[in-house]
Ligand binder design. Sequence first.
Ligand SMILES: Cc1cc2nc3c(=O)[nH]c(=O)nc-3n(C[C@H](O)[C@H](O)[C@H](O)COP(=O)(O)O)c2cc1C
Length: 415
Amino acid sequence: MTLDREPRILLGVTGSIAAFKSPDLVRELRDRGTDVAVVMTEAAAKFVGPVTLETMSGNPVGIDLFDPRGAAALPHWLAGTPASRQPYHLALAECADLIVVAPATASTMAKAAHGIADNLLTTTLLGTTRPIAFAPAMNTKMWTHPATVANVRILKERRHHVIEPDTGKMAWDTEGEGAGRFPEPADLAAEVWRILGTHRQLEGVKVVVSAGGTEEPVDAVRVLTNRSSGKMGAELAEEARSRGAEVVLVAGGMRVPPPAGVRVVGAKTAAAMRDAMIEESKGAGIVVMAAAVADWRPVDPSPRKVKKAERPAIELESTDDILLLLKKAAKDSFRVGFALETEDALENGRTKLRQKGVDLLVVNDASQPGAGFEVDTNRVTLLSRDDREVALPLLPKREVAARIIDRIVELRDGD
Ligand SMILES: Cc1cc2nc3c(=O)[nH]c(=O)nc-3n(C[C@H](O)[C@H](O)[C@H](O)COP(=O)(O)O)c2cc1C
């Protein structure tokens, strides 16, 4: 953790019977050196007293979205800051390094999944760009209900953390051994601390990611392009941002929206992408070339629309090899390349790793089902300079992105 102050956590407590453990959780988190402020739902206040949480956290506890206390209701670290003049929920939304909802009821998770903002906590959750971790607690029937299962899936797809509940004895649970039990506060605090660390891994690091397919003009209206959707690059950009990086997304033609919180530089052609990557990689700690750049472009694109009857023969010329150029232009950055292969994927990948001088090559065997363009999953192998291979199973692109960033962090840290 590279913070020059104590990490800050906003703890959302909801109306589960397990809320009685939340004062202990606050103590465990504070023992680890985190500043904690608590927001609770009205239901939670039936299970644990706000005064207890106020005393344990050393901060005012928020329940009411329309709290008349004004700035006096805010965590002490916001005192006198510009943020303290914002509406209550917006000041809280960005006040912490991590928001932890623990215990998280089925109801609050359902609201968070569907954007319902009907109390201070759910409104804060909707207004934040900070990472959120949910620690569900409920009886096994609620936890395994298809509605809860679907809501948890939505939360995970949005990159929120969902800490798996324990199995074991719960209040009035006659079966006794199902899943849904709130973890012990010390274990939960350790998990929260780990999540907090992940979100600081790339703090202060500039990360440049290219994404999407380039478009090479044939004439005034037609382009040569490829089937890249830009999803893999967008996921990588979002993952890097979620770990604290300052992210620049150099975007070719994208079929998915760019993630929030990243700076987008449009670069539709291979030449524009080359220039943008060279320019943006100045001062970058990590450069990832995930875009599908055209290998050839029409030599002489027509400035007008070519008539149908003209049926032109299109002469092509090679474009620049951007990865190769980055070997010099971004020589101090950790460089990551992608290789989409349909034959002898690993062998070709090893050659490419050496030729392009990258630190990590993500080899994508497009002949495998579920891998490559236009799908939400990918199956890749990560090749590094030390000839180590990490073969990942078929995973959603979001998880592939997380594993790639994990590997980058490991290699940069000298593993
Ligand atoms: C005694 C009691 C215990 C409860 N325990 C839980 C629980 O562990 N998990 C849960 O999801 N809901 C539990 N509920 C139901 C919630 O309190 C209820 O859904 C409430 O509306 C949740 O509101 P909130 O999410 O705004 O806090 C319990 C209710 C009662 C009366």
